[in-house]
Every structure is written in structure tokens, then in C-alpha cells.
Design a protein around this ligand. Structure first.
Ligand SMILES: C[S@@+](CC[C@H](N)C(=O)[O-])C[C@H]1O[C@@H](n2cnc3c(N)ncnc32)[C@H](O)[C@@H]1O
Length: 334
């Protein structure tokens, strides 16, 4: 149950009960720290072993579509997919788009645990950073409840931005927050940072987004989780909200990599001396770490504040060929 809620249990393999022990197959390597938080009454260990398939028949799209597509078309089939709650999202290359429905239905036959199979249609764009999806198989919907690190998130992937690939980053930031902090998440989307923080820490999070549908989903998530901290969901342009409210905060999260640079003066105007800024950006080139360090240092110093320490610079994920979504954690001085 716990592994399943954490989105870690692999339903395609059978659970084994052997010599008084239960062996649970997981979709990825799991560290004990990850699960010991949630399971305290049994002794746990991790390792590798063989599990029998629950699935009969072909296990991959390539196996299932052999003979229906040419070998060059088979080579273009998606090898991975995004898992958002009970929805699977495929990215089908243009060259084999005419087979989209066949690919989606075949995928669904292999992975019966999903209720819906969608294909990405176009790129993430616009102020709300959303994209369209095409139904390939199953129920016609884009809304679901997604679980990451035990946080239950109401998500509608067509109406508000959400990426299941940022779970480590959401959790990393929540672990840095200390009891009693006030945090502003300037571009919260459906609120994954806010929910991770308020589940783990007695902190106060002001979660702002310009997209009212994103904030509606965040409000729904508030009732899905047991929170120790509190969250104020706000529909607003972050610039106006910061300008119109007297704030002095410990931490600002700026996960809007295509536009955050324009809001650095707003973030710097509300951070306490010694407060932390988490700044996200898309950076390419051979030395993205030093490019980002120089860029954010300049942006902060232009506001009249100083950089006390650049505590972390890290690649969060690949965003395009030779480009990364990067984060800089910066402690701000006077
Ligand atoms: C990359 S998404 C947010 C991701 C979110 N932090 C997460 O981890 O899922 C960027 C968000 O910024 C919001 N946004 C864009 N311009 C904004 C503005 N001026 N003020 C507040 N929110 C804004 C968009 O609606 C979108 O939800």
C-alpha cells in the first residue's frame, strides 16, 4: 500500500511471499531512507531478485507491433512514457504519427493498469505553460490524482502545468525548509512544492499562480493530504502580489524556468537578509553551471542586494538537446 501510494510498486511483476518474507517489485531502485519514513513497524531491506511477470504476451511495443510496422518505424517507437496518476503519456514522433491510435491501444493492452493513454500534442507554451493532449486509448480525461513521495496531488495535465519528472526536486526543497519558515512559491502550478513542504515541515507557504485552474487543483490537494504546515493558495500575477503585500520571507521558490529572470527584483524585495532563493532557468552550452552562476549573480546584484553564498548549482533534468533545466540555491545578503 505504501509503495503503491508512493508510485513505486511495479504492477507488472508478481509480489512474492517466501519464508515469512514479502518481496515487493519496484519500478526503480529504492533507498531505505525513502520508505523508512512511512513504514516503521517491520524490518526492511532492499536488493535485486527475479520476479515473475503478471503480464502474459508481449512486454514491449516493439515486440507487439513487429510485423505491423517496418523495422525503421519500429525503431522510432517511444521507449519511455510519463506516468501521471492512472494516466500514461506517450511522445510519438511525427514520422509514425499515423499509427498513434494503434500504438496507444497496443501500449494499453500491455499496461492494463492505466485508465487512460494520451499522446503529447505540441509543445508546452503560453503564460500557463500548458500543452494539448490527444486521447489514444481508455477514458477521455486529463485529470487524475498523482502521488509522489506520499504527496497526493490533484492534477489536470491539460489545464495546468505539471511534470512527474520533478519529484526529486520537490522533495529536495521541502527537506531544506526549517520549522517556522515563511516560504513564497511565486509560480506554484498545482502546488507540488507547497504540498511537499507542508507535509514535512511546520512552515507557512504562500503559493501563487496566475492560472486560476492551477490554484483550484491546489485547493483540492489540500484536502487529500495530512499537512503539518499551512498553505495560502493565491491566484495572482506574482509581480503584483509581491508589490501589493508587505512581505518579509525566509525562502522564495522561482520554478518558472522560461520566465523567472524577470521576477528576480520581486523575489529580492521580499527576502530577509540570509534568506534563500531557489532560481530555475533553462541553460545550454558546455558549462551550464558557470553560465547560471554568472547570470543569477548579475540579476541579484542589479537589484541592489548581494549574494552571500551560492549553496547549490545543479542540473534538474534535460530540457532539450544540450540544454538543462537548472537550479541555483542562493543565500541573499543585505
Ligand atoms: C513551470 S510552471 C510551475 C511548476 C511548478 N512550480 C511545479 O513544480 O510543478 C510555471 C508556472 O508559472 C505560472 N506563471 C506564469 N507567469 C506567472 C506570473 N506572472 N505570476 C504567477 N504565476 C505565473 C504558470 O501559470 C505556471 O503554472
Amino acid at each position: 500500500m505504501v509503495l503503491s501510494n508512493l508510485g513505486l510498486l511495479d504492477g507488472e511483476y508478481k509480489i512474492i511471499s517466501e519464508d515469512g518474507m514479502l518481496f515487493l517489485p519496484t519500478i526503480t531502485e529504492v533507498s531505505l531512507n525513502q520508505i523508512q519514513l512511512y513504514i516503521t513497524d517491520v524490518s526492511l531491506t532492499t536488493g535485486k531478485r527475479y520476479f515473475e511477470d503478471t503480464v502474459k504476451g508481449p512486454r514491449t511495443l516493439t515486440e507487439a507491433l513487429e510485423g505491423k510496422l517496418t523495422s525503421s518505424e519500429l525503431a522510432l517507437l517511444p521507449r519511455a512514457y510519463d506516468l501521471v496518476g492512472d494516466i500514461a503519456v506517450l511522445e510519438i514522433p511525427e514520422e509514425i504519427a499515423q499509427y498513434s491510435i494503434l500504438i496507444g491501444e497496443t501500449f494499453h493492452d500491455i499496461h492494463r493498469n492505466f485508465k487512460t493513454v494520451l499522446a503529447k500534442s505540441g509543445a508546452v507554451s503560453g503564460t500557463t505553460r500548458t500543452r494539448e493532449y490527444r486521447l489514444l486509448s481508455g477514458e477521455n480525461r486529463t485529470k487524475t490524482i498523482h502521488t509522489e513521495y506520499g504527496c497526493r496531488l490533484a492534477v489536470d495535465i491539460e489545464k495546468a502545468y505539471f511534470s512527474p519528472r520533478l519529484l526529486e526536486e520537490h522533495n529536495r526543497i521541502a527537506q531544506l525548509v526549517e520549522t517556522g519558515e515563511t516560504v513564497v512559491d511565486m509560480f506554484c502550478g498545482v502546488g507540488p512544492f507547497a504540498i511537499h513542504i507542508a507535509r514535512q515541515k511546520q512552515a507557512y507557504v504562500i503559493a501563487i499562480d496566475i492560472n486560476p485552474l492551477a490554484i483550484e487543483l491546489l485547493r483540492e490537494s489540500l484536502s487529500l493530504n495530512k499537512l503539518v504546515g499551512s498553505i495560502l493558495p493565491v491566484v495572482a500575477n506574482a509581480h503584483n502580489y509581491v508589490k501589493n503585500n508587505k512581505l518579509e520571507v525566509d525562502r522564495v521558490i522561482m520554478n518558472h524556468p522560461s520566465g523567472a529572470y524577470e521576477f528576480v527584483p520581486d523575489a529580492c524585495s521580499i527576502l530577509k537578509s540570509g534568506g534563500t532563493l531557489h532560481y530555475y532557468d533553462f541553460i545550454g552550452g558546455d558549462t551550464p553551471e558557470s553560465t547560471l552562476t554568472e547570470k543569477i549573480r548579475e540579476l541579484i546584484e542589479q537589484t541592489g542586494r548581494s549574494v552571500k553564498q551560492v549553496s547549490t548549482i545543479r542540473r534538474v533534468r534535460d530540457s532539450a538537446p544540450y540544454e538543462y533545466q537548472m537550479v541555483a540555491d542562493i543565500i541573499i545578503g543585505q
